[in-house]
Design a protein around this ligand. Structure first.
Ligand SMILES: Cc1ncc(COP(=O)(O)O)c(C=O)c1O
Length: 446
């Protein structure tokens, strides 16, 4: 017998994961920053070294970028109050598009209000029923969601594996249009896309190639042109996507490539047409940041000095940092609960980082995701290493079976605290140990 319509809000009333984690004193999300200063932030009146940001070049707080954003606001107002297609295009949008196309050596570029929309908008608009999108398993959520909304079929292939890709391409119906898509730098592992092997396989099977340069702009390639430039394969990549929310210190995204493709997206991408244009402040700031990124090459050089120092430092202590080759450094913890605890202890010791748990990373392979910036000082970095070493000892990270054997355990959400951890704080908060914090993954970026 029917019981009437389902109560849509029942799941909200029953949702306990965040409350459980708060009660136990290690809820790591939505931390409020009172003052951002790039390499450090002020939270609850205390200074924390920031190692959880994608502000790779430290441009988000640069006074020249901030002034350019203010200047754009003074000239064009606070917002564009409409879609790019209709009333929302200002001269600055067009200038930034030209600057990006010029920088990347592409015919044209089109801005989107977020990087997420750029991926969704392009994937939905460019594919048709019967087409296939071959998607690296570790691609970002915006790509996965874009694939799911697109009319094409989503076909995942093993991370960075040209063999796995080729096996899937071989099995496609001959007439199926095919697009191979991958992150230039993978947002959780810090791994670089295996373009030298992936591209020839793609081309051999008639596939177009799409690279998401969100984490590689400002990091890889000449003056930060990205992974495609890093490998010198510009003439073999058909679509370049990028974001302004990382090295360029703001928000927004773009698609760059062939002029006709961009013209088509301008008139067919619903994520562009049915949303308001990027605010003048954003466009003015990004335009300035793009100039500074090219003028001040010391930023990328310093970013890489800091990156090498941290790779070596973490490895020397004994941490497993996976396959990273970039400023994104995943610190394997294994157990989800312990990744939360580690992060909370870092915060108490003056370091701001965030955990990443399933589905942001593989099940049972929880990490503390760290990322480094050009503006971190040696003193900041030495302090970070010192605290990580201290906490690994305090929390028994390296002796934990979940660390030695990541991904193998059945019950990864065992929110039992290791002996040495602040059980008093838990008692004070009156927390009960949850058996399941899995829903918290929704707050993580993938
Ligand atoms: C690889 C990748 N692509 C796209 C995005 C989405 O970009 P945005 O945050 O600018 O919307 C992100 C954001 O984290 C990302 O890591």
């Amino acid at each position: 017998m029917a019981n009437g319509p389902r109560d849509l809000f029942q799941k909200c009333r029953e949702y306990r994961d965040s409350a459980d984690a708060r009660a136990q004193g290690f809820y790591p999300y939505f931390r409020s920053i009172e003052e951002p200063h790039g390499n450090y932030v002020i939270c609850d009146g205390e200074r924390k070294i920031m190692i959880g940001s994608n502000n790779y070049l430290g441009l988000a707080q640069d006074p020249r970028v901030v002034e350019a954003a203010c200047d754009a606001t003074r000239r064009y107002g606070a917002g564009c109050t409409g879609s790019r297609l209709l009333n929302g295009t200002i001269k600055l949008h067009v200038e930034l598009e030209e600057a990006i196309a010029d920088f990347l050596g592409c015919e044209d570029a089109i801005l989107f209000s977020t990087g997420f929309f750029a991926n969704q908008g392009a994937l939905i608009a460019l594919t048709e029923e019967g087409d296939s999108i071959l998607c690296d398993r570790e691609n970002h959520a915006s790509i996965i969601d874009g694939c799911q909304f697109a009319p094409a079929k989503l076909i995942p292939f093993r991370h960075n594996s040209a063999t796995s890709l080729e096996n899937r391409l071989k099995r496609l119906p001959e007439e199926s249009g095919r697009l191979v898509i991958l992150d230039g730098v993978f947002s959780m592992s810090g791994d670089i896309a295996n373009l030298p092997e992936i591209i020839p396989v793609s081309k051999r099977h008639g596939a177009f190639v799409y690279v998401d340069e969100a984490h590689s702009l400002g990091v890889l390639g000449r003056q930060g042109r990205g992974t495609v430039d890093h490998f010198g394969v510009q003439d073999q990549v058909d679509i370049t996507m990028g974001t302004f929310s990382k090295s360029l210190g703001s928000m927004g995204g773009f698609i760059a490539g062939n002029g006709q493709m961009v013209e088509y997206l301008k008139h067919r991408a619903r994520c562009l047409i049915f949303t308001a244009a990027l605010a003048p402040a954003v466009v003015g700031g990004v335009k300035k940041a793009l100039e500074l990124m090219q003028e001040e090459e010391w930023r990328i050089e310093q970013l890489w000095r800091n990156t090498r120092k941290m790779h070596e430092g973490f490895k020397r202590i004994g941490f497993n940092i996976g396959e990273t080759k970039t400023p994104i450094v995943p610190i394997l913890i294994g157990s989800e609960a312990k990744a939360f605890i580690f992060t909370q202890r870092l915060f108490e010791e003056g370091i701001f980082a965030t955990p990443a748990i399933y589905p942001a990373v593989r099940y049972g392979e929880a990490i503390v995701r760290t990322s480094f910036m050009a503006t971190h000082t040696d003193e900041d970095l030495d302090r970070v290493l010192e605290i990580f070493e201290k906490l690994a000892r305090e929390l028994g990270t390296f002796d934990d079976p979940a660390y030695a054997n990541p991904g193998r355990r059945k019950n990864v959400f065992d929110f039992r605290l290791p002996d040495a951890v602040a059980t008093d704080a838990v008692r004070e908060n009156g927390g009960e140990y949850s058996q399941n914090g899995s829903g918290l993954c929704a707050s993580v970026s993938r």
